[in-house]
Write a protein that binds this ligand. Structure first.
Ligand code: KDG
Length: 364
């Protein structure tokens, strides 16, 4: 979405964003406040499509979904689709989809779920490493080679095992959705080799693994939640960032970065999370309707994200200088990050890392 359109909205949530950014503290957002904000947003057209009402809206319980990306992204469309599927199955729920960190960034939103202060969020797995070190496994670079392997690993026993372990953290993991293969952008120079990364200040997600990967490659990484990235790039506090093509395109990073490199350095999934304290208050039929809808919307999400991945790459290539990484250089990248993989295998847990590697190998 054009950032200018988001400005009034960002201002109205400035306090929330500041609280979220400054300490990772939980943000206290009552349902009433959100309802008012949402009504205001809907009136000026910004929230169109984000409220999916039950046929019996007055009696229905409202499920709020917090997203970090904007309402042009296939993640938002997929969350709306989830709401449509759910309201077809039952009249028990209304669904409200909040984008662009209107509620909170990934990590804070996940903490809100743990405390029963928010129903749903769909974060990248990466920041979850701060809650469960095991989730860092998806951040190990250059492991998942293609979409097919990603689907097989996530839809198989390894993916199930990772969803199940969320329960101990007061989270219910309902489905794997797609974020995608991440690629580098920056405003200083084309990056075709490791040497080109020297000294570039790069935003990473809030995870030590990404920080260590970029550090090993010679860049200057700094962690940040998504809501701060555009401004950081625009003001030059960071030179670049890395994300899948749809995010680069739809968050407007091509407006503030000139160079794009097809690094495909890691595949990070989204995980559909529900608050366990709130889940435990629902009856079995309600739980089943929610679980089925999250799972069914996964297909729509993957299909849409992959379509947009292609069209976004075409789009941004018109506006950015695109560099491909040669096979030889790709090997140098892989060698440079080997010690990071070794070190973090210990924090993640060697069993989990082995299971992951084996699951990926089995797809080849
Ligand atoms: O809701 C999901 C987004 O907040 C997010 O995880 C995007 O990949 C992302 C990033 O780089 O922050």
């Amino acid at each position: 979405m054009n950032k200018k359109l988001l400005l009034p909205f960002f201002l109205s949530f400035a306090l929330l964003l500041m609280l979220a950014a400054c300490g990772g503290e939980e943000v206290d957002v009552s349902e009433d406040e959100l309802d008012n904000e949402d009504e205001a947003e809907a009136e000026d057209g910004g929230g169109a499509g984000g409220v999916i009402e039950s046929d019996n809206p007055e009696e229905a319980q409202t499920l709020r979904i917090s997203l970090g990306l904007n309402d042009q992204h296939p993640l938002y469309e997929s969350a709306v689709h989830f709401g449509e599927l759910l309201t077809e199955k039952t009249d028990d729920f209304n669904v409200e989809v909040y984008h662009s960190e209107q509620i909170a960034g990934d990590l804070v939103a996940t903490e809100m779920l743990q405390n029963g202060d928010l129903e749903i969020t769909i974060p990248s797995t990466s920041p979850l490493m701060n809650i469960m070190p095991e989730y860092g496994v998806f951040d190990l670079p250059f492991v998942i080679p293609d979409h097919e392997a990603a689907d097989e690993v996530l839809d198989g026993p390894f993916g199930d095992q990772m969803l199940d372990m969320l329960e101990d953290q007061d989270l219910v993991g309902l489905a794997w959705w797609e974020n995608g293969f991440r690629n580098l952008t920056n405003d200083i120079r084309p990056v075709e080799s490791i040497d080109d990364l020297d000294g570039l200040t790069l935003r990473t997600m809030e995870t030590d693994i990404h920080l260590d990967v970029w550090d090993a490659l010679g860049a200057n990484p700094t962690p940040m939640s998504m809501g701060e990235v555009f401004t950081g790039l625009q003001q030059g506090t960071i030179d670049g960032q890395e994300n899948p093509y749809p995010t680069i395109d739809l968050e407007g990073f091509d407006e503030v970065n000139d160079y794009l490199s097809g690094t495909n350095h890691v595949y990070t999934p989204f995980v559909f999370l529900f608050s366990k304290p709130i889940w435990d208050e629902l009856d079995e039929d309600q739980q089943e309707a929610i679980a089925e809808s999250a799972y069914e919307a996964r297909e729509f999400n993957r299909e849409r994200t992959r379509e947009v991945e292609e069209s976004s790459l075409e789009d941004i290539q018109d506006r950015m200088e695109f560099s491909e990484i040669t096979d030889e250089e790709y090997e140098r990248f892989q060698e440079a990050v080997e010690p990071v993989i070794e070190d973090h295998s210990v924090t993640i847990g060697e069993d989990i890392v082995n299971d992951f590697m084996e699951a990926v190998e089995a797809t080849q």
